[in-house]
Design a protein around this ligand. Structure first.
Ligand SMILES: Nc1ncnc2c1ncn2[C@@H]1O[C@H](C[S@+](CC[C@H]([NH3+])C(=O)[O-])CC(=O)[O-])[C@@H](O)[C@H]1O
Ligand SMILES: O=C(O)C(=O)Cc1ccccc1
Length: 242
């Protein structure tokens, strides 16, 4: 059983911006599964997609890998030979714990976990790239350059899986999706105080785009086939094939 996320349960007089520090790492599996609708379905689907798309002698990237949930799902599912999975995260606390999780299992596909900014790493010879709820933490003006780099690093026919929190361009719909997400969190045991304080802590660090902006950015980068395959409230996941 993962530790319960109680980070925002007491009133904070001064809320700091949200960071992926040691305290968050301790409760992260509980936090993400109680906060992101469909998270487990998305992780399972990443595994299934890796079985279909990862090719022999290629690399697989997990950008913003946190504790390696997507990396581990892919490692279990990949059938291709002579591949490697490269998980990247810029939080030292996440990377330290991720290495422990990953090294606890043996698999035929080697995994390398690297502490780095995903904006700085090279992507080459990739058959699959996962960016699961990470781009929302990248400055919006740097997102196109990241997606262009991913498109260039993928082989023809390679697959990008992108999941994000989104905004809706219609204000009434946007508010409804936010309210439904907050209901989801409440149903998972978060109090109104926890929901409100986390929302404030995320305000300066998590900047969601609309689905249309994501799709335009991917088309401009040269992805030929784009399919949103999951949406629940203001969270979605899509596949983009080069
Ligand atoms: N510039 C950056 N470079 C590298 N890592 C970054 C950067 N910015 C943020 N991160 C990292 O991106 C991760 C985002 S969590 C991803 C969940 C995971 N994908 C999962 O499938 O469980 C999503 C969430 O918590 O909502 C954190 O570990 C950050 O340290
Ligand atoms: O909790 C939220 O409101 C979210 O938007 C998702 C989330 C999950 C884990 C860390 C940061 C944000």
């Amino acid at each position: 059983m993962p530790d319960t996320d109680l980070i925002f349960s007491k009133k904070h007089d001064q809320l700091k911006d949200f960071t992926f520090d040691r305290q968050v790492v301790e409760v992260f599996p509980d936090m993400i599964s109680r906060s992101v609708p469909g998270y487990n379905t998305i992780i399972d689907t990443i595994g299934r997609l890796s079985q279909r798309y990862v090719t022999d002698n290629s690399s697989v990237y997990d950008l913003g890998c946190s504790l390696g949930a997507a990396t581990s799902a892919m490692r279990k599912a990949i059938l291709a030979d002579n591949c490697k999975i490269i998980g990247i995260d810029n939080s030292p606390a996440m990377v330290e714990r991720c290495k422990i999780h990953v090294n606890a299992f043996k698999g035929k596909t080697p995994v390398e976990i690297i502490e780095a900014n995903i904006l700085d790493v090279e992507i080459t010879n990739a058959s699959m790239v996962v960016i699961n709820f990470t781009m929302q933490f990248i400055e919006p003006e740097l997102r196109a350059q990241l997606i262009n780099k991913i498109a260039q690093g993928l082989q023809p026919g390679g697959l990008l899986l992108l999941s994000e929190k989104i905004t809706h361009p219609d204000q009434v719909c946007d508010q409804l999706l936010i309210d439904l997400h907050h209901d989801f969190k409440r149903a998972n045991g978060y109090s109104d105080l926890e929901i409100a304080q986390k929302r404030t802590a995320l305000e300066n660090v998590m900047k969601p785009d609309s689905l249309d902006i994501h799709i335009d950015r991917l088309s401009t980068a040269g992805f030929n086939h784009i399919a949103p395959w999951f949406q629940c409230f203001n969270f979605f996941s899509l596949v983009a094939i080069k």
